[in-house]
Write a protein of this length. Structure first.
Length: 148
């Protein structure tokens, strides 16, 4: 399977492969669930409960974690076809409204993918499909270390 694959079966395989690598990671701690993984669209969600600030609102840092997770997965899908890895070098987030309960869902789409950089836009929505946050992640693509 290559990064260019995007059939439902390939998406399920990619999601299962990623789940097997999340034990003990921030993705597991934040309860981020992958819903769709293709080279051109990565969708995931996480609960608001457990990811809040003291006021009971979704923590802005939690939105950043969701955004960086989804954008990084997209960057890795692009990088791996050349035997490379992706490392985040810039993340910015603009918070538009609060989320109080339920789930938030992030959708990452590529802006630019080259040999050395991958940039993704990530939009995060609440259960009523209102945009709560807009993010952009840029990852540097590097040669994989021998042990990777």
């Amino acid at each position: 399977m290559t990064a260019e694959s995007s059939s439902p079966q390939d998406t399920a395989i990619l999601i299962e492969a990623m789940k097997s690598r999340t034990a003990g990671t921030l993705m597991e701690r934040m309860e981020i669930e992958l819903l769709e993984v293709t080279p051109d669209r990565i969708v995931g969600r996480m609960p608001v409960t457990g990811n809040t600030q003291p006021y009971g609102l979704l923590h802005g840092g939690a939105s950043a974690v969701l955004a960086e997770t989804l954008g990084s997965i997209g960057s890795v899908l692009h990088a791996q076809k050349d035997g490379r890895i992706a490392v985040g070098i810039e993340l910015n987030c603009s918070h538009h409204r609060a989320a109080h309960s339920g789930f938030v869902t992030g959708v990452a789409t590529p802006v630019s993918r080259s040999r050395s950089l991958a940039t993704f836009d990530i939009e995060i929505f609440d259960d009523q499909e209102r945009k709560i946050c807009t993010c952009r992640l840029t990852c540097m693509l590097r040669d994989a270390p021998p042990h990777a």
